[in-house]
Every structure is written in C-alpha cells, then in structure tokens.
Design a protein around this ligand. Structure first.
Ligand code: HEC
Length: 187
C-alpha cells in the first residue's frame, strides 16, 4: 500500500483544519453577541437540551454519595415550612399559592415544586438547595445555612406533592417572607 501514508497525512491535515475553522467560527460567534440572552426569548432547542441534560446528570451524580438522615420527621417538615415560605415560595409556589409574577420572567422558569419535587430523591433536593444551580437563578443556600436547616427544607419539599392547600397555609403561616437567615448560624 504505497499510497496509504500520503492519504493518512491528508486526512490528518484536513481534520486539523476543520477543527481550527470551527474553533475560529465559535469564537467569532461568541464575540459577535449574536446569541440572544434576553430572558423573554427561549433558548434554542439544542442549547436547552444541552443545559437540561447536563443539569440533571450533574445533580444526580453529585448527590449520589450524600447520606440522608435516617428519617425525615414531621417535626422537620414543620420547621421547614416557614423556611420554605420565606426562602423559596416566591420562585417555586406551593399548593394553593402562586409564585411571584416576576419569577415567571426568569429563564429557566423556576419549576412549580409541588409537581417537580417527586422527580428528585431527598438527597438530590438537599444537594440542589445547598449548592444551587449555576446560570439558572437557583441560589446556593449552603453559604449561610447549616445542613440541619437544609434537611428541614428538604423534608418539607418532599411532602409538597401530597400536601393540601390548608396544610400548606398553616405550615407556612409564621414566615416573615423576606428570605432572611439571621438565625441560621446558631443552629
Ligand atoms: C430566585 C428564584 C429561586 C429561589 C429563591 C429558589 N429557587 Fe429553586 N430553582 C430556581 C430555578 C430557576 C430552578 C431551575 C434550575 C434549572 O432548571 O436549571 C430551580 C430548581 C430547583 C429544584 C429542582 C427542580 C427541578 O425539577 O428542576 C429544586 C428542588 C429547588 N429549586 C428547590 C428550591 C428550594 C427548596 C428553595 C428555597 C430554599 C429554592 N429552590 C429557592 C429558582 C429559585
């Protein structure tokens, strides 16, 4: 096969040139500002797929090693209610409680949690609340809340899908609604 070497060399040079052209085109696209970052526009479908898939797989794999408490008790659910109303409900709503109107202008739109909570294991909810989600608006509450407080919120979130509006209202009644965490360091 005397001709195979030049052919292989040609393929190699062609591949390097293609990758180089794609890289230059990518960089030019980034600098041009052509991608519309307006939250009033949805992401392009391929971008949405890439972000959603990477988001879900990243959370699931990172939460795998978290050991939840032996039991998420009714006391934890109760303690988590006020925290949820103060820190989460304006973005995620609750049974019988609409989220704040401005949160519907976020991209991604914060999911209505009493539907979405059943899709995540408790250790995954814990991970999401503790670490937040980059480039989405989901804050990391682990920066100023102890793990014990985050497990209480998790216990409450996992009860949401089956919670009646009256129960939600009574469990969240004492919240100050300002998302403050002044008490968190003494827990
Ligand atoms: C400022 C708005 C905002 C606040 C406040 C907020 N979140 Fe979120 N949250 C989001 C957004 C946006 C996402 C979607 C992230 C994505 O899809 O990339 C999200 C995702 C989640 C998810 C995963 C749901 C799913 O199916 O993707 C959980 C669970 C969650 N948040 C729980 C909470 C809890 C509990 C609190 C309060 C301690 C909270 N969030 C506070 C905006 C918020």
């Amino acid at each position: 096969m005397p001709r195979s070497k030049p052919v292989a060399l040609g393929v190699l040079i062609g591949s390097i040139a293609t990758v180089g052209i794609a890289a230059v085109a990518g960089i030019a696209y980034v600098y041009s500002g052509s991608y519309n970052v307006a939250a009033t526009e949805s992401h392009a479908p391929t971008m949405r797929w890439a972000l959603d898939t990477s988001y879900e797989n990243s959370v699931r794999s990172r939460a795998e090693t978290i050991e939840p408490p032996a039991e998420l008790t009714p006391e934890m659910v109760e303690a988590g209610g006020e925290r949820y109303a103060a820190m989460c409900a304006h973005c995620h709503g609750g049974p019988g409680a609409e989220p704040a109107g401005w949160s519907r202008g976020m991209r991604p739109e914060p999911p209505i949690l009493w539907h979405a909570a059943s899709e995540w294991e408790s250790r995954e909810v814990f991970w999401l609340v503790k670490h937040g989600v980059k480039m989405s608006g989901m804050p990391a509450f682990g920066t100023d809340h102890e793990d014990a407080a985050i497990w209480e919120i998790t216990a409450f979130v996992k009860e949401l899908p089956a919670m009646r509006p009256e129960t939600y209202e009574s469990l969240t009644a004492g919240a100050n609604g300002h998302g403050q965490s002044t008490e968190s360091h003494s827990e």
